[in-house]
Design a protein around this ligand. Structure first.
Ligand code: SF4
Ligand code: SF4
Length: 438
């Protein structure tokens, strides 16, 4: 039985722009730029040097501690290891590979027919070595999520909501290859030694729901939960509440209420790693937006530039904004040479007609932002505190619980840049806490 969560909004999902475009493999580009930091945790150190030849799927960066290795997505020559623009807005050390178009596969890649002989430790090790992170955008190392959850987690949830407007990459993934998602779920069930899992999916994806139903047949170990279409249904805490009725405490992790949530694309990547031996070197990306001539879905080699993706779909006009991700949680990009990383699910290109900013944004104290905040926060007071740089008040207002969903900004008639203000505020609080610790 599905539960509900507080707040949320119903934006026009704009998924019709790209949802019928089947995901096609994107041609491997002439060069790929693979950032050494594509996860939460310590950046990788390069395992190759300039001039080395690499093969498809070869591990080219790794580190100890909380880290996830990175792999070559094409075969060819390493032509540089240097800082390059990153979707996060900074310069990040990256490995640049010139494609030799031979697609020489790394000899370490070996398929497996069955998971019967694998222990939970074996599965965690395979997932770690494959460099799998949360592909919904969080980019937390998946092997750590599993190993830290074993013994605490009694409920596995697969997040197939894809509630962010415009994005259809997971929808296409499920429609085209549901067996990878279901296979990945069974691997996760084995890793956690659990015999039940849930898939949460919004009802606005009827073909994806039908594809999963066809594959699941009458099986009772994986329960499909079609959920009401309401943003942010796919936020981790809201998904847990919708499926189980449990509420993750403020500042807590899903494991605190016995849950572990995995994105549908992450689950498919787990299937590829375990059965095909293939590390995470490609992912589904939606290229969409009103400034795009032909919105499409692609399976994209990690390290492909946004420029190449936009060029492949065509642009109608000079865009107002290019985002990595969708309009609610996406980050504006000023340099289109940034490349697709493991957490990139979309490139959204807005036209001037989408420009909604006004000259003098002002709060009219309507209170709508509080009505829609799914985290029960008080955005208008948080905004005032951030303007005054009042960190103590921001802390009292639980700024760190803001999931940056953008519901408040979307609904604000004063057009205040609320979510940007909260991102800044959270960084200020983090910096202050780091200074205090030092
Ligand atoms: S929705 Fe906007 S205008 Fe209304 S109270 Fe919140 S910040 Fe102010
Ligand atoms: S961005 Fe933060 S404050 Fe605004 S609605 Fe979402 S959780 Fe609430």
């Amino acid at each position: 039985m599905a539960f509900s969560f507080f707040g949320g909004i119903h934006p026009d999902d704009m998924k019709s722009l790209s949802c019928e475009a089947a995901a096609q493999p994107f041609p491997t580009p002439e060069t790929v730029v693979i950032p050494l930091s594509q996860h939460i945790g310590a950046p990788c150190k390069p395992l190759v040097k300039k001039g080395d030849q690499v093969t498809v799927g070869q591990k080219i960066g790794d580190n100890t501690g909380l880290c996830c290795p990175v792999h070559a997505s094409v075969s060819g020559e390493v032509i540089a290891i240097e800082p390059r623009p990153h979707v996060g807005g900074t310069m990040v050390p990256s490995i640049v590979i010139r494609n030799d178009y031979l697609e020489t596969l790394c000899p370490d890649i070996t398929p497996r027919e069955s998971i019967d002989d694998l222990s939970p430790e074996d599965i965690i090790n395979i997932i770690h070595e494959a460099g799998i992170v949360g592909m919904g955008g969080a980019m937390f190392p998946t092997h750590v999520k599993i190993s830290s959850g074993i013994g605490k987690v009694d409920t596995i949830i697969i997040n197939a909501a894809e509630c962010e407007p415009y994005i259809t990459a997971d929808d296409r993934l499920i429609r085209q290859t549901p067996e990878r998602v279901i296979g990945g779920i069974r691997i996760l069930m084995k890793a956690f030694s659990l015999n039940k899992a849930y898939i949460g999916i919004e009802k606005n994806k009827p073909q994806a729901i039908a594809a999963l139903q066809r594959l699941l047949g009458g099986s009772s170990d994986i329960i499909l939960e079609p959920l009401r279409t309401r943003y942010p249904q796919g936020a981790e805490k809201q998904m847990i509440q919708s499926i189980t009725g449990r509420q993750v405490p403020p500042g807590g992790l899903p494991a605190a209420v016995g849950c572990a949530v995995f994105n549908a694309a992450t689950t498919a990547a787990i299937y590829d790693a375990v059965y095909l031996g293939m590390p995470l070197i490609k992912r589904g990306v939606t290229v969409t937006g009103r400034a795009i001539v032909e919105p499409r879905n692609f399976i994209v080699p990690i390290g492909t530039s946004f420029e190449a993706l936009i060029e492949a779909c065509g642009m109608k006009e000079n865009p107002f904004k290019v985002l990595t991700g969708g309009p609610m949680m996406g980050i504006a990009q000023f340099d289109w040479s940034v490349t697709v990383i493991k957490g990139t699910n979309a490139v959204t290109v807005f036209s001037e007609a989408d420009h909604m900013d006004i000259k003098n944004p002002r709060c009219i104290r309507c209170g709508r932002c509080m009505e829609v905040c799914p985290m029960h926060l008080m955005p208008l007071y948080m905004y005032q505190a951030e303007r005054k740089n009042d960190l103590a008040r921001l802390d009292k207002l639980h700024i760190m619980d803001c999931i940056e969903c953008g519901c408040c900004s979307y609904t604000c008639p004063g057009k205040l840049h609320l979510v940007q203000s909260f991102r800044t505020a959270k960084q200020k609080v983090r910096d202050a806490s780091a200074r205090a610790k030092a």
